[in-house]
Design a protein. Structure first.
Lengths: 736, 147
């Protein structure tokens, strides 16, 4: 374990000694940090001296850096695999890179990792390297770093034809021998190697040699006889079709005076070109892999979102789908089972806290907790397994600081948790915390949980998305909250208005009553009374509609059906008389009005609306028909008493109702097409309310008929059917 | 002529409702707060009808201290309910009572269970309806006592 520092933000973190790349854990930095290891102390020192900004923030930048590294050190980076490497790389990505190389080379090949540690030397196909620990333990420190750069790429035969060779390794004769013996005989004959050359990378594609990359080192040269060396170089040159002298020059690149600068620069150029080409393939393979994965992910996530949103929309106070979503998302990109899930709601405004509290507490499994409690739980849970936290709290920093104060071993923000994903939206800020089982110290193995930059990006995006959704939820909740408040306000306003209306109504009725029949003001007073009546009805309707979820508050009480009907008729008889269409009734035919269990005042309001409608939409009767055109309010038993249905018919002659409107007129705010002419005012609430009272509150039915009559008038019949149980004793009512 | 006690804090605004009765010769007496109602219902025998608005302010306009006897009316949702309970259960009044209130629809069941003779909703009610109701309860009582 090494302690490293992000070159970009100076954030310290721990990293496995064998790691070559890591992601900076600082959530605001997120640089891809490169770790270069050099066997050659000199070059390491040189690197230190001429240190470049050694991090990338994108794959493109990473490619540039790698190219620069190649030209600077002339080290083989041809086997370069974009991050994360080896331990960090997922099998899928590895395969995709291999496929990328294969495309470039015209056929498939295998990646080998070579380690050469004296007696313990081994060559394993990288793909089969299941147990990393085991391999690591057999290595000597010198080669631990070395192996990262010594990946051997070898071709295999496809359809009996050798497609190409490619090597890139620090040469040791024994290693090469083994590679050769491991590979196919044809392949070995195409491997070009020189024993004394420290680094060699012959690149052969389709039997055509593209070039050889190598660097020399004195001690190898000293170890071997010059002749043998030269022989091998010559042999290789012959095999590669390169001029012998040039080959020799190249072979002694660093040590031999005769090698001219031109040769080296040509070699460098070639190396750089090939390296960048392969890299481009690797990167594009990696990216296409990522795109596929992203596409798949987006497809699946879209389903989840659709589902989640559909669940949320009718009930904004449910956050559960979002939590499920987060868990599913995390499972997509990480591999750990969750030990716990918590969320914090601190640092909000009071109203947000209230709403968030509601939100969380309704999600079922999860209770809202404070940051302090979260810290405590994190400390508890870290023994059991990873923790995911969602916070509707302040910026991660504050949580990080609090976590830092509370938990030993915490260094700087985010060090306790593997990942802090900010959740940001217009109305909500928070952090998603992923913590590892051993979250006292971050290790490179923790990074495995977030398997790639893609995973990291996913989590970040998820954070945003979740944040947005939480924000939306909060907004919806707030709007609902406001609506409820507004409705209560309107209802209480409605009640406030009632007293002056009642006052005006009583006075208007008294004035209209007491004025002498033929006085000039009588008509005005009566009209005034009509208007106050209408005002009263309107205010009642508005209150009823606003308290839409109205449950029958009062228990049913037993009254004669006559009572609400009489009250309604009395209220509008003046207005009806003024229109020349007197109200006849209420009358019950065949038997007195029965008693029934009712919500008296609601039923009265319903009848008031129906009768007022009848009055409002009546025509003045044509001459000669004054005696025929009444508004009739008639009650009777439907098909006998035993049928238990009492029918009240309210009949008028006037504005018709179109057949296609028969249902619609009972919808709130709908006004009949013909009803809107003739300056008839209305709110479109009355019939909706009447239906609600009769159908929902009393289990009755309401029907309407509209028959064209001679002239322009229609005969409209509103039929109210009330269910009346026979146990109710009939009341002797004198029909006035 | 009959005497009516009308317990109603807002009587000034809605007194038109009793105009027809006044013109008939009825005497209307008012009580506008819990304290006042408490005092006036003590001589319930002197009234022929008591009309109660269940929404009754505990404090009167002079902001006098609440009577200790009225103190526990506060436990009810509406002080008028406390008053009615006091009237029926402690004073054991025998005059007819009409509840006239804007919340009568909500409380109809409770009021009937207490023994109130008639429940009227003080929303859109006409003076004639008040007059008829008073006549009805008086007649009914008269009828009952005659029997």
């Amino acid at each position: 374990m090494l302690t490293a520092q992000c070159p970009r933000c100076n954030q310290p973190f721990s990293v496995d000694a064998t790691a070559t790349h890591a992601l900076c854990l600082n959530s605001s930095c997120q640089a891809i940090v490169h770790f270069a290891f050099f066997e050659n102390r000199q070059s390491a020192a040189a690197f230190e001296r001429e240190r470049q900004p050694w991090y990338s923030t994108s794959l493109e930048q990473l490619a540039d850096h790698t190219r620069w590294m190649v030209s600077y050190f002339r080290e083989p980076i041809l086997c370069y695999v974009p991050p994360p490497l080896a331990d960090l790389v997922s099998q899928e990505i590895l395969q995709s890179i291999q496929a990328g190389f294969a495309d470039y080379l015209g056929g498939p090949f295998t990646l080998f990792e070579v380690s050469d540690v004296g007696e313990h030397r081994r060559i394993e196909p990288l793909a089969r390297k299941g147990n990393a620990k085991d391999t690591h333990s057999t290595r000597e420190s010198k080669f631990r770093n070395f192996t990262r750069f010594c990946t051997v790429l070898r071709t295999h035969e496809v359809d009996g034809q050798l497609l190409g060779d490619m090597e890139c390794h620090r040469t040791d004769c024994r290693v090469i021998d083994e590679i050769v013996s491991l590979g196919q005989s044809e392949a070995s004959s195409h491997i070009c190697w020189c024993g004394f050359v420290e680094l060699t990378a012959p690149i052969v594609v389709n039997n055509r040699t593209l070039g050889v990359i190598f660097t020399g080192q004195k001690r190898h040269k000293d170890r071997m006889k010059q002749d043998t060396m030269n022989d091998r170089i010559k042999k290789a040159a012959a095999r590669l079709g390169i001029d012998e002298k040039r080959m020799l020059n190249l072979a002694y690149a660093e040590d031999v005076e005769e090698v001219d600068d031109h040769d080296i620069s040509v070699l460098k150029e070639e190396l750089g070109r090939i390296a960048s080409q392969i890299q481009a393939y690797a990167i594009s393979a990696y990216q296409s892999q990522r795109e596929i994965k992203e596409r798949e992910f987006l497809d699946s996530i879209e389903d989840v979102f659709t589902e989640a949103i559909s669940m949320i929309t009718p009930n904004p106070l449910s956050i559960k789908p979002l939590l499920d979503l987060i868990l599913r998302g995390i499972q997509l990109f990480t591999s750990f089972p969750l030990a716990g899930l918590f969320l914090t709601i601190e640092g909000q405004t009071e109203s947000q806290q209230y709403i968030a509290g509601n939100l969380w507490s309704r999600s079922g499994d999860i209770e809202p907790i404070t940051v302090d409690a979260a810290v405590f739980r994190l400390a508890e849970l870290k023994r059991a397994g990873p923790v995911v936290g969602i916070s509707a709290s302040e910026w991660p920093l504050s949580i990080g600081r609090q976590l830092g104060n509370a938990v030993p071993g915490f260094r700087g923000e985010g060090a306790l948790a593997t990942c802090l994903v900010p959740i940001i939206s217009s109305s909500c800020e928070g952090v998603l915390i992923l913590a590892s089982p051993s979250c006292q110290q971050i290790s490179s193995s923790d990074l495995r949980y977030i398997s790639s930059e893609l995973g990291r990006r996913f989590l970040r995006d998820l954070g945003h998305t979740v944040g947005e959704h939480i924000g939306v939820c909060l907004d919806i909740a707030r709007i609902k909250h406001d609506q409820v408040k507004f409705r209560h306000l309107m209802i209480s306003l409605g009640h406030e208005i009632n007293t002056p209306i009642q006052s005006m109504l009583a006075d208007a009725a008294n004035i209209a009553d007491e004025l002498p029949v033929n006085s000039e003001l009588k008509e005005i007073a009566e009209h005034n009374l009509e208007e106050v009546n209408r005002l009263h009805l309107l205010s009642e309707n508005i209150i009823s509609v606003l308290s839409e979820t109205k449950k029958p508050e009062a228990p049913l009480s037993s009254h004669s059906v006559f009572r609400p009907l009489r009250e309604a008729c009395e209220m509008f008889e003046g207005e009806a008389a003024a229109k020349g269409c007197n109200i006849i009734g209420p009358r019950s035919i065949g038997s007195p009005f029965p008693k029934m269990k009712m919500h008296l005042f609601d039923l009265t309001l319903a009848f008031k609306n129906l009768i007022h409608n009848a009055v409002k939409y009546s025509f003045y009767p044509p001459r000669g028909m004054e005696g025929e055109r009444f508004i009739k309010v008639i009650g009777r038993w439907q098909r006998g008493k035993e049928n238990q249905e009492y029918v009240v018919e309210i009949t008028n002659y006037g504005v018709g109702i179109k057949p296609e409107e028969m249902e619609k007129i009972f919808e709130p705010f709908y006004r009949g097409e013909w009803a809107t002419d003739r300056n008839r005012t209305g709110s479109g609430l009355g019939l909706a309310l009447a239906k609600h009272v009769i159908v929902d509150m009393h289990g009755g039915k309401i029907q309407v008929q509209s028959l064209p009559m001679p002239g322009t008038a229609y005969l409209n019949v509103f039929t109210v059917i009330l269910p009346i149980s026979q146990q109710e004793p009939e009341q002797e009512v004198t029909n006035a | 002529m009959p005497k009516i006690l009308w317990i109603e804090d807002d009587y000034y605004h809605v007194k038109g409702l009793f105009r027809r009765l006044e013109k008939e010769g009825y005497t209307i007496l008012y009580a506008t707060s819990a304290n006042e109602a408490y005092y006036k219902v003590q001589d319930w025998q002197t009234y022929d009808v008591i009309v109660v608005d269940v929404i009754l302010p505990l404090r009167d306009q002079r902001d006098n201290e609440l009577l200790p006897e009225v103190e526990n009316w506060k436990q009810e949702e509406y002080a008028g309910i406390g008053l009615l309970k006091y009237m029926y259960r402690e004073l054991r009044i025998e005059v007819p009572v009409i509840a006239l209130s804007v919340v009568a629809n909500k409380l109809a069941g409770t009021l009937e269970a207490l023994g109130v003779d008639e429940v009227l909703l003080k929303r859109g009610i006409l003076p004639r309806q008040v007059q008829e109701t008073v006549h009805e309860v008086l007649e009914r009582r008269h009828h009952d006592t005659r029997e």
